[in-house]
Each structure stands twice: as C-alpha cells, then as structure tokens.
Design a binder for this molecule. Structure first.
Ligand code: PLP
Length: 427
C-alpha cells in the first residue's frame, strides 16, 4: 500500500499539533511507521487519504458499535442539526435520553451528561468524595479512566503504550490520594483498606479492562470488590466507558450481576459524537449541583446533536433482540479462528475476549493484570499489526488496547481477515 498523502499530511500536522495528533496513541509511536489519515468511514470500512480501504476493528475506540455512519443515526443528526447545534438551555431530548438510560441500566435513578469519558470519571470521583467525606480512592494498575490528574498514575492505554504510566505535571499532593492495586488481586485491595481505614471514598474499576489490552475479571473479583466496599463504607464505581451498552445493554453490572454505586459511560452512549455520562441512585446524585454542593458543569453538556446520535444508537441496538448474540458470535469466530491459525504456525499467544472486546497477547502465559500484559511480546504484536495493516486490516496500533468489533462486520470481512492472518510471516 502507498501512504504518500498520509505521510505528507503527518509532516504538516507535526508542525502545528504536538506530535502531529490530538490523542497520543493515534501517532503509531509504539508500533512505528506513519499514522494513517482517514478521509471517510462507512459500515465495516474506513478509507484513507491515499484511497486504501481497511476493515475496521477499532471503530473509533469503541463508539461505532453499529459500524460507521449508520444511515439512521446520520438522518437523526441531520434532522436535529437543522433545528440548531447547541442552545445551552435544557431540552426535552435530554430528559428523553436520561429516562431511557435510567430505565434500561440497573441500579441508577439519575444520570448527568458530560462531553467525554474523562469528565465522567473525574466527576464520579468528586461525587464519591463529596458523598463520603473521604479523600482517597483505589484504582488498578493498567486501568485508564481518562486524563484527569488523579488517574494518571500507573494508567493504561496510551500511558502504558509509551512506557510512561505516570505523568509529569501530576503533583505529589494529588498522587497521594490515588491508591494502587493490581487488577484481579483482591488481597492488595484488602491491604489498602486495612492501612487506610475510614479514608477511602471509592474503588474505581474497569469491570472488564480494555486499556492494558482486554483483561477479564477473575475469581469473582468484582463481587469481592462490592463486598469490600460495603464492609468499609466506600462506593464502587464501575467505569463502563468501554463496557457500557457494549457487553450488554445494562453493561457489566447486568452481565456480572454486581451492583455498582456510580457508573460512568462514554463511547457507545454518544454514537460517535462527544458524550460521557455518570449515573447513580438518588441518594448519591442528590449531592450534585445545583441540587447539592458537589459542583460539576459543562458548556456543551447534553448537546442536542450528541444526545440525538446517542439515543438513536441505543434505540437501534435495543430494537434488535439478537444484537449482542450476533456481535459476540463474530468476535468469538475471530478469536477461535485466529487462535487456530496462530497455533498452526506455533506462535505462542493468548487471546482474551469478553463479548465484542478482545486482544491478542503474544505470550505463553495467561494475562490477568498489567504486569502480565507488559510481559507479552509487544515487538511481535507490532509486526503482526503492520502485516495486517498492509493488507487492509485495521487493528488498534498498540498491544495495550482492546479491539472493538462492530455489528457491521459480516462473514465476508471475517473471512478476509482470516485470509490475511494466514499469510502472517513469523520470524
Ligand atoms: N474510561 C475508560 C475505561 C476509557 O477507556 C476511556 C477512554 O478510552 C476513558 C475513561 C476516557 O474517555 P475519553 O477518552 O472520552 O475522555
């Protein structure tokens, strides 16, 4: 494939945008090479500025669960756009989507819309602190909850990709209130509660982690976190920015039958437009301004275009009673068939999968936390990524990211993907 125009555009972007990108992982820094500039996307495919076409396994890092530019979502956005882009006032549509989500997601009574997953998680922590009157919270190594200061300590996603999991600019004062534990290690969480009695406001967790690659909760990890929170008067925050409406309509709470106190959303909830949200039962949400004292606000929060795109996406998912079954089946086929091919080639690997999230770790051992993810052969992943990219398969450009399968993927795209994986040359 030729990437002439992408290369030229990247050189130009580099002059005016730090690192040439508006979000670090897009720069291909860990896999190497020049990032590809896209010009359009439809269904299961994206087309770059050099007219190369790709089968999509990132889907805008999760939001495009229906595939790109779904015609009904497009129509809904167009219709709303004619009535105005943003008013900065309440709208009927905001209540419509809030009611819809509250009625469909377990254990929440009220929801506040924001414009990104970062805002949602940052606000959820503030709310948990305001509600409990405590300062500290527990997060897990390799989990990513957006780029708010207190989360940028041993974080996943781009932070892991660049081998720089904690960020300069985060003050020691901020960092001291973020307590860290290994994902799936309940004893470390117990220790933290023991040594910080009465000080921990919340645990925030990706119920299925997608930011150290896809890593699943094991041995009733989520249930045990629930119990520890109950025993210690702390809140359990499920960061469902990735998993919300993706693993099930009611998210990981529904799938794992574990009740969270606060749930954060992003990605699918905006149908590709910039949206995040956080939700909880009345008792907690009543602490939020203007009703309560915990402040939180946003110029574009509840933006009508974004609300319409989000609501239409959610309604389309809900209207197909086999939606998740089909989506998960495609992902399962990819998992099994890619696994078979890699085995035939004697390439040590592990595929982690839940629903329509999956990752390949080139590793002989199971991967259930960040250290194990980091010990995988990332050089081999980079090689795999480039060989697939060259033949029109677009994977996340990092071994620390989850693939997101969309409903637009059919047998045709899966067959083509497997044909390319069969040609993978391993040296
Ligand atoms: N939480 C999780 C689990 C995420 O995966 C992400 C982003 O990938 C975020 C929070 C932050 O969301 P955003 O990038 O919309 O700020």
């Amino acid at each position: 494939m030729l990437y002439q125009r992408s290369s030229a555009l990247f050189d130009e972007a580099y002059k005016y945008i730090p690192g040439g990108v508006n979000s670090p992982v897009r720069a291909f820094k860990s896999v190497g090479g020049v990032p590809i500039f896209m010009k359009s996307a439809k269904g299961a495919y994206m087309t770059d500025v050099d007219d190369n076409q790709y089968i999509e396994y990132i889907n805008s890092w999760g939001p495009a669960i229906l595939g790109h530019t779904h015609p009904e979502v497009l129509e809904a956005i167009k219709k709303q756009a004619k009535k105005g882009f943003s008013y900065g006032t309440p709208t009927e549509l905001e209540t419509e989507i809030a009611k819809y989500i509250v009625e469909n997601v377990p254990n929440i009574d009220q929801i506040r819309m924001v414009s990104s997953g970062t805002e949602a998680c940052m606000s959820a922590i503030r709310l948990a602190r305001g509600f409990t009157g405590r300062n500290k919270f527990i997060k897990f190594e390799g989990c990513y909850h957006g780029h708010s200061d207190s989360f940028l300590i041993k974080a996943g996603s781009g932070m892991a990709t660049f081998g720089n999991p904690s960020s300069p600019g985060v003050t020691p004062g901020t960092a001291k209130d973020t307590l860290l534990a290994k994902y799936n290690d309940i004893e470390e969480v117990e220790d933290l509660f023991r040594h910080n009695q009465g000080e921990i406001a919340a645990i925030i967790v990706e119920p299925v982690a997608g930011n150290m690659g896809c890593v699943l909760p094991e041995n009733n990890f989520l249930q045990k976190l629930r119990t520890l929170c109950d025993e210690n008067g702390a809140l359990l925050i499920f960061d469902e920015v990735m998993t919300g409406f993706r693993l099930a309509f009611g998210g990981a709470q529904e799938l794992y039958k574990v009740k969270a106190d606060i749930v954060t959303f992003g990605k699918v909830i905006g149908g590709g437009l910039p949206v995040g949200a956080f939700a909880a039962r009345n008792e907690i949400m009543d602490h939020l301004a203007p009703k309560g004292a915990v402040y939180q606000a946003g110029t574009l929060s509840g933006n009508p275009l974004a609300m319409r795109a989000g609501l239409t996406t959610l309604q389309l998912i809900k209207s197909d009673e086999n939606f998740y079954q089909k989506l998960n089946k495609s992902t399962e086929t990819l998992d099994f068939e890619i696994g078979k091919i890699l085995n035939q080639k004697s390439i040590p690997h592990r595929i982690n999968r839940k629903g329509s999230m999956m990752s390949i770790f080139f590793h002989v051992n199971a991967v259930s936390n960040f250290d194990e993810a980091a010990n995988a052969n990332h050089a081999l992943f980079n090689n795999f990524f480039h060989q697939l990219l060259e033949k029109g398969i677009y994977l996340p450009p990092s071994g620390y990211e989850s693939w997101f399968i969309s409903a637009a993927i059919t047998e045709k795209e899966i067959d083509k993907t497997l044909e390319v994986v069969r040609k993978f040359e391993y040296s």
